[in-house]
Design a protein around this ligand. Structure first.
Ligand code: 13P
Ligand code: SF4
Length: 335
């Protein structure tokens, strides 16, 4: 092993990574992270990493890590020339809308999202025509075109707060595209789906399949269990857990409580990161992989940085301008 590689293995170990959480071993990961971090500096790029990415990406090469709200906020503050987005395409599009002069790249052509693909701008225009005057509140998991037809964007970290604020001035809101998140929020806010909140039929292929019946079984096995679920999960499951929120809220809940065991009902990368951040806590079962998130690897990031002209995320100026208004409204109302 060269001295540089030895140092990199030491750095990754100090960051909390070990061979149990790094595919193919630490030395393989270190060879890749060393070269990625060198090229990243050379290109004046930053790497944004969503918490569903693998720990070797988040801890080995990430400059910012977090939920979709934090990443959007971090990206709008960076002075780098380029953003390599280790997350899904709609997140990178949002970063591009917030940074029109920077290059934004996604190290995979398969980093879609079932929610984002489940609604079009034409669908939103039709809903607006059917419910005149109702503001369109849109989950960030949507395309730039859909955002451009919306009044305000939300993430799972701020949806309840922003909806409460919007209901002060409106009786009815169109919320899209996640029907489960919409129903969960309606319940939290005391609103009636179909009357006060118009929902769309979208869902997340990862979260929609969690089985609510399993929560009871886990509780029997682990007395005192804290069960946490992402707001994209079906309402029957949400009724059975102790906490519903976005990934940032879930991480803060784990940090600020002391349960004998935690059940994290969300994508597996989140649990891997929680285990590394809180090694003294006990995390059990229940997660599913997001195939879109997991299409990004250290190898794909390195290939992108080595490419002299890597594919860029682009958003037509007119669409970006209108989407930006809805995204800025989120920052204003979430503050
Ligand atoms: P968060 O904003 O909670 O990180 O969620 C993003 C996402 O895609 C969840 O499936
Ligand atoms: Fe989209 Fe679901 Fe994957 Fe999140 S977990 S990126 S909502 S498919």
């Amino acid at each position: 092993m060269t001295p540089d590689l030895k140092d990199e293995v030491r750095r990754l170990t100090a960051a909390g990574l070990d061979r149990r959480c790094v595919a193919g071993g630490l030395e393989r990961a270190a060879a890749l992270t060393l070269e990625i971090n060198r090229l990243k500096k050379e290109r004046r790029a930053v790497i944004a990493a969503h918490v569903y990415q693998s720990p070797e990406i988040i801890l080995g090469i990430g400059d910012f890590a977090g939920d979709s709200y934090k990443l959007a906020d971090d990206c709008r503050r960076t002075d780098a020339d380029a953003i390599v987005f280790c997350g899904v395409h709609f997140m990178a599009e949002t970063a591009k809308i917030l940074n029109p002069s920077k290059k934004v790249h996604v190290p995979s052509s398969n980093a879609g999202c079932s929610l984002s693909e489940g609604v079009t701008a034409a669908d939103v225009r039709r809903l607006k025509a059917e419910h005149p005057g109702a503001p369109v509140v849109t989950y960030i998991n949507t395309t730039a075109e859909v955002k451009s037809e919306s009044d305000c964007i939300v993430t799972s970290a701020n949806a309840a707060k922003i909806l409460r604020r919007i209901y002060r001035d409106h009786d009815k809101v169109i919320f899209l595209p996640d029907r489960f998140m919409g129903a969960n929020l309606a319940r939290e806010l005391g609103k009636t789906p179909g009357k006060d909140i118009v929902l769309w039929n979208g869902s997340c292929v990862v979260h929609e399949k969690f089985d609510p019946g399993l929560i009871k079984i886990y509780r029997e096995r682990w007395p005192g269990l804290a069960a946490l679920a992402h707001a994209e999960c079906p309402s029957e499951l949400i009724k059975a857990v102790d906490f519903m929120g976005g990934t940032g809220d879930m991480m803060r809940y784990v940090e600020s409580t002391n349960a004998p065991a935690y059940l994290l009902v969300t994508e597996c990368g989140f649990g891997e990161l929680a285990r590394l951040r809180f090694p003294e806590k006990n995390f059990i079962g229940m997660c599913r992989l997001c195939p879109y998130m997991k299409s990004i690897t250290l190898e794909s990031v390195l290939a992108l940085l080595r490419d002299p002209a890597p594919p860029e995320v682009t958003v037509p100026a007119g669409i970006a301008g209108r989407a930006r208004v809805a995204i800025d409204r989120m920052f204003e109302l979430a503050a």
